[in-house]
Structure formats: structure tokens, C-alpha cells
Design a protein around this ligand. Structure first.
Ligand SMILES: C[S@@+](CC[C@H](N)C(=O)[O-])C[C@H]1O[C@@H](n2cnc3c(N)ncnc32)[C@H](O)[C@@H]1O
Length: 146
């Protein structure tokens, strides 16, 4: 299969995180297709949504940022990703703690665990997507936009 990538938009609060990946990005010969936006993700997504041409124009999205805001990212991604496109959410297992009794979970893990369980339940019930939960790394949820 041959995929012609038009553009890859990356948003992060921290430019250093983006630059860490640049040596690998440079080897792909598509470095010129990367558009980095240094900003809170919510502002970046709202900015993208302000341009109607962006709505339903993305084929794929990968979300790996502050776990508190995933629900807000989700609503925006559903506007930006085309029907038939894919949205992937990272850290869905939160190091296995989502399946542990609360009393066995370290205090430091508890706040994000709570948000992640809540969002996992939301995704499972969301009729706008079809999901597959994959136990890869810290767990990813692949969502197919219906
Ligand atoms: C675990 S790192 C993931 C980086 C990248 N996905 C990877 O796997 O290499 C999480 C990143 O989310 C960024 N981040 C956290 N909160 C954010 C927010 N509200 N808006 C944008 N980026 C955020 C952090 O700066 C950090 O670079």
C-alpha cells in the first residue's frame, strides 16, 4: 500500500519533546510535512476548528497528553477527523492500575487512574466510534470514526 501524507500537525506545550524526535523524523524524508504548534492542545485544536476547511479533514490522530482533558480532546477530534478516520488514545491501562482494586494503587497514580477509567467507560459507550482496546505498551484505544 502507498500512503501519500499531506501534512502532520504536532502540538505540545514543550518544544523540547518535539525536538527529541527530530533525528528520527529527519530520516523519514517527510520532515517538511511536519507542522509543530507550541501551545496547550485545547487551544491548538480550537484554532484548527476555527478554519472550516480542517473539519473532517484529518485521517488519523494520536492523543498522548494530560489525561484530565481527554474527553475535551475527544469532542474536538470527532469534528476534525473524517468519517472512516482513526483516533488513537494512549495510556488506557495506566500501568495496569485500571484493573486493580483502588486500595492496591499507589497514591500518585490515583488521580489519572480515575480520569482514565471514566474516559474508557465513555469511549466504550460512544456510538460515534467503534473501538478496539489493544494491550500494547501502556494500552491504546483505537477508535474508528463512524
Ligand atoms: C508522555 S509525553 C508524550 C510525548 C509523545 N507522544 C511521545 O510518545 O514521545 C506527554 C507530552 O504531553 C505534553 N503535554 C502535557 N499536557 C499538555 C497540554 N495540555 N497540551 C499540549 N501538550 C501537553 C507534554 O509536554 C509532553 O511532551
Amino acid at each position: 500500500m502507498c500512503v501519500n501524507i499531506m501534512q502532520i500537525t504536532v502540538t505540545d506545550l514543550d518544544r523540547h519533546t518535539y525536538e527529541m524526535g527530530l533525528p528520527v523524523t529527519k530520516k523519514t524524508n517527510v520532515e517538511h510535512k511536519f507542522n509543530f504548534i507550541q501551545s496547550p492542545a485545547l487551544s491548538s485544536l480550537d484554532e484548527l476548528l476555527n478554519d472550516n476547511d480542517n473539519r473532517g479533514s484529518f485521517d488519523f490522530a494520536f492523543i498522548d497528553a494530560d489525561k484530565v482533558s481527554y474527553q475535551k480532546y475527544h469532542e474536538r477530534m470527532l469534528e476534525l477527523v473524517k468519517v472512516g478516520g482513526i483516533i488513537v488514545y494512549d495510556n488506557r491501562l495506566w500501568f495496569g492500575t485500571v484493573a486493580m482494586p483502588e486500595e492496591c494503587v499507589r497514591e500518585a497514580m490515583k488521580p489519572n487512574r480515575h480520569h482514565i477509567i471514566e474516559f474508557n467507560n465513555f469511549l466504550a459507550a460512544d456510538t460515534r466510534i467503534q473501538i478496539s482496546q489493544v494491550p500494547l505498551g501502556d494500552g491504546i484505544t483505537i477508535c474508528w470514526r463512524l
